[in-house]
Ligand binder design. Structure first.
Ligand SMILES: Cc1cc2nc3c(=O)[nH]c(=O)nc-3n(C[C@H](O)[C@H](O)[C@H](O)COP(=O)(O)O)c2cc1C
Length: 361
């Protein structure tokens, strides 16, 4: 029987033992607990910045400082818990995007992942720092090309890697609803498309931009297969939710365990993008027109239509993170229904490695 070991993932001067990046999961799902555990197992652990301040006592009165303070705290705590590679995920659409990026650079974070919008000016925040790597998250080869060209021209900088996130991912999706199930937009095709678009830039500059594939990667065999197409690593989020160390409540994790395939569907998010979630009573009610009144003192996502939205998405996701599922819902990837137990990150990595090594047979 032939077997194969997972190979390292190299980004600039950093080398992760495993080609596995844990996807950032906002509103408290991936914080120091999950990020440090993944980094300790040889992957790249990622703290999500969206809504990081929501559990601070002054969040509603002091949006700006509470987020910066909580973000700094989580970065430092993760560092205390791990010597591995740590990243942060900062959505471009956040109204405090620049505060959060500046904080991450000040804290000398290893990697910033930035999606949900094109991070066209991200390199300007480095201000000469050579420590932090910059990785855009995009949904098409065209977006990869636009960002790489712009960064090169304006900042003499190229992405240190690129995450291409396909339509099977959880959370907000960078696709139109009709593209989501169209095979043209399969992750395989997207990976090939990005490689093709960035090839001329890599050839002209002599610099490699490793590709990280995301969205629906669930087993070690999935990792192996996508790497055969030219990806250097994968970003996985859904599979990490049902771990002991994931920072969400047990009730949130149980939603994944209890979900059937049919419960996972696309919703129209107030932020103007489609999103994938586990459909529950809260979503059914809001989709049928019931309003959940709320105040929006801070407008946390630039694109959010908070005036017409029946509910506050940040509040709904924060409730869910805390296990208050009657007043919230869980974002989840297309494969979330496959989870049947909550295990440690260590055990999950062992399973993925085993599945990967046997995928040659
Ligand atoms: C609960 C949840 C929350 C997420 N939050 C964010 C986020 O805050 N920012 C972001 O860029 N992506 C977010 N994502 C997307 C993931 O980082 C990841 O790229 C994607 O889910 C990968 O697909 P998979 O879940 O099938 O592995 C989220 C996904 C989930 C499941």
């Amino acid at each position: 029987m032939k077997t194969k070991e997972m190979i390292n993932f190299i980004i600039g001067n950093l080398k992760a033992k495993l080609p596995i990046i844990q996807g950032g999961m906002g509103i408290g799902i991936s914080l120091s607990g999950l990020a440090s555990s993944v980094a300790n197992q040889g992957g790249i652990g990622v703290i999500a910045a969206a809504g990081v301040g929501m559990l601070e006592p002054d969040y509603y009165t002091n949006f700006r400082d509470s987020n910066i303070r909580a973000f700094r705290k989580h970065i430092r705590r993760t560092r205390e818990l791990s010597n591995g590679i740590i990243g942060v995920n900062i959505m471009v659409a956040l109204s405090n995007f620049s505060d959060l990026v500046k904080t991450a650079v000040e804290e000398k974070i290893d990697i910033i992942f930035a999606g949900a919008g094109l991070p066209l000016d991200l390199p300007k925040f480095l201000e000469g720092s050579k420590k932090t790597k910059l990785v855009p998250i995009i949904s098409s080869g065209k977006a990869a090309r636009i960002i790489a060209r712009r960064w090169l021209k304006k900042y003499d900088y190229l992405p240190d890697a690129i995450v291409i996130e396909g339509p099977r991912a959880g959370g907000h999706l960078g696709f139109k609803v009709e593209q989501i199930d169209d095979p043209k937009y399969s992750l395989d095709n997207l990976v090939k498309g990005v490689i093709e678009e960035i090839k001329p830039i890599e050839e002209a500059t002599g610099k490699k931009m490793p590709i990280i594939a995301a969205g629906g990667i669930y087993t070690g065999k999935d990792i192996y297969d996508i790497m055969q197409l030219g990806a250097s690593g994968v970003q996985m989020a859904t599979r990490f939710v049902t771990t002991d160390e994931c920072d969400a409540s047990i009730a949130f994790k149980k939603c994944y365990i209890n979900a059937g395939q049919k419960d996972i569907d696309i919703i129209k998010s107030p932020v103007g993008m489609p999103g994938r979630a586990i459909i529950n009573e809260f979503l059914k009610n809001t989709m049928s027109g019931k309003k959940k009144p709320f105040k929006c003192p801070y407008h946390c996502i630039i694109t959010c239509d908070y005036i017409n939205s029946p509910y506050c998405i940040a509040l709904a996701l924060s409730n869910a993170k805390q296990g208050k599922m009657k007043n919230g819902f869980a974002f989840a990837g297309k494969n979330a229904y496959r989870a049947d137990s909550i295990i440690s990150v260590k055990k999950l990595i062992e399973i993925l490695k085993k599945e990967y090594s046997h995928s040659l047979n």
